[in-house]
Design a protein around this ligand. Structure first.
Ligand code: CAA
Ligand code: NAD
Length: 297
């Protein structure tokens, strides 16, 4: 299985980064959105990120200005943004990065199954759903696997490559190689809730939020404690704002419904309240903190 052309569905927080690292890895990329304004926003993020990476490479003496410019131009040229899903018909691998909702993902996978060529790999970037359940919406479960990237995709080295009981081992190997070609360190995971990272990370975020909801410590102090006590680059509240409160809530709602007896999975009161108020984190300018673009205010 040789992957050359990659489709990415969704050009939001994750999709734009996945499209970018795939293009940086030398793949031709088609990235699909539902509306022009979302597509434009995602492409603007890609261009800003490429400019930043180029600027840093020059500043560190890793590239000349001309090499950096060529990197930006050639990477951007490999990405075709479109509103037409049919454009992924010729892709060897299609990665879904849309909203964390099982029914929506299943509906998309049924559509992709009809659009994509028979030997194409269909991958999901889901944070929390069973890959097998998503695959069940297709007639090709052997061709379905998880490719779980981390936010921000351009900077985080990990990709979890997830196999179900039905995933074809050759396609799984091709997906591991794809992750490497995108400059990532791929790890193999079974199709269990949260795979490796989120099974550990999300319950930790829940514990931090519940500590704050009980009034045991301020969110600022909890963040400072985890940064300076554990060496984490961000504290749990900055991280929840970074991931998106809506995404975090969707992950937890799915788990609480499916595993009601698992004490590690519960939904903090403030998370529900803030999402109901439309305070989704950095992307809406407010979550646990207030944000002006990338900066906390
Ligand atoms: N593209 C290119 N450059 C970028 C960038 C991007 N998308 N984002 C940030 N940068 C640049 C910044 O501009 C900055 O450049 P300068 O040094 O020139 O100022 C540099 O990268 C470092 O960024 P920051 O100044 O913001 O500082 P940082 O050192 O804290 O690094 C970070 C940022 C890598 C995000 C770091 O804070 C970090 O690792 N945070 C934790 C992130 C994390 O845990 N992610 C996982 C979330 S969970 C998940 O993804 C799974 C899920 O399913 C929910
Ligand atoms: P997001 O809301 O930023 O982006 C989702 C994008 O998908 C939106 O721009 C939306 O317009 C688009 N979209 C929705 N339905 C579509 C469709 N049918 N066709 C094309 N585009 C469609 O969300 P996100 O944070 O990028 O999350 C995407 C996925 O990645 C989710 O499954 C999430 O759990 C997972 N994930 C998120 C993070 C994170 O830190 N936010 C990390 C890893 C994985």
């Amino acid at each position: 299985m040789k992957i050359k052309k990659v489709g990415v569905i969704g050009c939001g927080l994750m999709g734009h980064g996945i499209a970018q690292v795939a293009a940086q890895g030398g793949f031709d990329v088609v990235v699909v959105e539902t509306a022009q304004e979302f597509l434009d926003r995602g492409v603007a993020r890609i261009e800003k990120s490429l400019a930043k990476l180029a600027e840093k490479a020059v500043a560190k003496g890793k590239q000349t200005a001309a090499e950096a410019e060529a990197f930006v131009t050639s990477t951007r040229a490999r990405i075709e943004p479109t509103l037409d899903k049919q454009r992924v018909a010729e892709c060897d691998l299609v990665i879904e990065a849309i909203v964390e909702n099982l029914e929506t993902k299943q509906a998309l996978f049924a559509e992709l199954d009809a659009i994509c060529k028979p030997d194409a790999i269909l991958a999901t970037n889901t944070s929390s759903f069973s890959v097998a359940q998503i695959a069940s919406a297709t007639r090709r479960p052997a061709h379905v696997l998880g490719l779980h990237f981390f936010n921000p995709v351009q900077l985080m080295r990990l990709v979890e490559v997830v196999r179900t009981d039905a995933t074809d081992p050759d396609l799984f190997s091709a997906a591991l190689e794809f992750g490497q070609a995108c400059g990532k360190a791929p790890v193999s995971c079974r199709d269990t809730p949260g795979f490796i990272v989120n099974r550990l990370l999300v319950p930790y975020m829940v514990q931090a939020i519940q500590m704050y909801d009980r009034g045991d410590a301020s969110k600022e102090d909890i963040d400072t404690a985890m940064r300076f006590g554990c060496g984490y680059p961000m504290g749990p509240f900055t991280l929840t704002d970074y991931v998106g409160l809506d995404t975090t809530l969707s992950i937890l709602e799915g788990w609480v419904e499916r595993y009601p007896d698992e004490p590690a999975f519960s939904i903090p009161e403030s998370l529900r309240r803030l999402v109901a108020q439309g305070k989704l984190g950095r992307k809406t300018g407010e979550g646990y903190y207030k944000w002006d673009g990338d900066k906390r205010v």
